[in-house]
Write a protein that binds this ligand. Structure first.
Ligand code: HMG
Ligand code: MG
Length: 293
């Protein structure tokens, strides 16, 4: 196999939203700058969600204002509603991501709304973002298993993906939010969604809960997936998904991509250094707060 694989670095958003520590703006900006300099074609910088729900990312506007922009790298942000989109436009995001769960239990816990209500809420968001000329990523979360409802059928994922495409999303990102997938689940998922979105047009977002994420990525590569999310140093998870300890580390993902004969154009050592520096920052914050308490 050969060809180019596209990597989206989600550590600054999906990684840091799940760390207990509140990371200072300067450290976040340095993290994003390092990931951009490493050649990641897209970095998901932050989210514009309720600070009550995700206090770790309450400083998103300041981070976006201070990061260095570089031609060839998209700076994207996650938004849950029209207010989030307004903040994203003000912050001059290059791309936005909306998110919907394939399971009702996670939808309620994550955005306090049913799947149908969430889709309704996102229709004007996608429309306005497209009118503003921005590409829109549509995440589907809990694509294999929900921490509240249990197993999720590929048909449920395909139904949500279809709605996201219909509202104008330009990309479908399938998220194994709690890292429950084994290789055969990924195969079933991609086959079950192929009628709505071909594997070559899917982005896969894996968590490494059971140590199977790189094997899942390799199976997906063999099935035609050419776009993946990674989080430097495996930072993160999801605050509303118990059992989601770490995202697939970008370094491990890059190694898997190379093993399968693909190129990715990202400096893996630079990503590893950026992730290690952020881990040191997190450790220092936790140590200081333990010493102060
Ligand atoms: P709600 O409590 O139902 O609704 O939250 P609300 O309208 O009453 O809003 C609550 C408060 O947030 C209000 O302020 C609003 O003004 C404010 P308060 O009265 O408390 O002062 N608010 C906002 N503030 C800033 N920006 C906004 C915004 N909207 C409302 N855009 C809501 C509903 C959707 C807002 C909330 O549930 C929320 O923000 N949820 C986001 C949770 C989240 O970010 N989860 C993690 C991301 S998803 C994920 O990680 C999965 C993924 O990685 C894929 C995978 O792993 O599979 C994508
Ligand atoms: Mg995630």
């Amino acid at each position: 196999m050969s060809g180019q694989v596209r990597i989206t670095e989600v550590g600054p958003r999906d990684g840091l939203q799940n760390e207990k520590a509140l990371v200072p703006v300067e450290a976040k900006v340095a993290f994003v700058d390092a990931l951009v300099a490493a050649g990641c074609p897209e970095v998901e910088v932050t989210s514009f969600v309720s600070a009550r729900w995700v206090p770790q990312l309450a400083d998103g506007a300041e981070v976006m204002a201070r990061v260095r922009r570089r031609a060839g790298t998209l700076l994207s942000v996650l938004v849950p509603n029209e207010r989030g989109l307004a903040s994203a436009l003000e912050a001059r995001a290059d791309k936005v991501a909306v998110f919907v769960s394939a399971s009702e239990g996670f939808s309620q816990r994550n955005v306090n709304a049913s799947i149908a209500e969430c889709l309704e809420r996102l229709r004007p968001v996608a429309r306005s973002a497209r009118q503003a000329g921005l590409p829109v990523r549509g995440y589907v979360s809990c694509v294999v298993r929900c921490p509240f409802d249990g197993p999720v059928e590929p048909s449920a994922v395909a139904a949500v993906a279809s709605e996201l495409l219909a509202m104008g999303c330009t990309e479908i990102d399938l998220g194994d939010t709690i890292g429950a997938a084994r290789e055969e689940d990924i195969e079933r998922l991609l086959e079950g969604c192929a009628g709505v979105v071909a594997p070559s047009l899917v982005t896969l977002h894996l968590h490494d809960t059971q140590g199977r994420a790189t094997a899942c990525a390799e199976r997906a590569l063999r099935m035609g997936v050419r776009s993946f999310d990674g989080s430097a140093s495996g930072l993160g998870g999801c605050p509303y998904a118990p059992g989601a300890p770490g995202n697939l580390a970008t370094e491990s993902l890059l190694a898997a991509v190379e093993r399968c004969g693909f190129s990715h154009g990202v400096d893996a050592h630079a990503v590893a250094r950026a992730g290690a520096a952020m881990r040191q920052t997190l450790t220092r914050i936790q140590r200081d707060s333990a010493a102060g308490s």
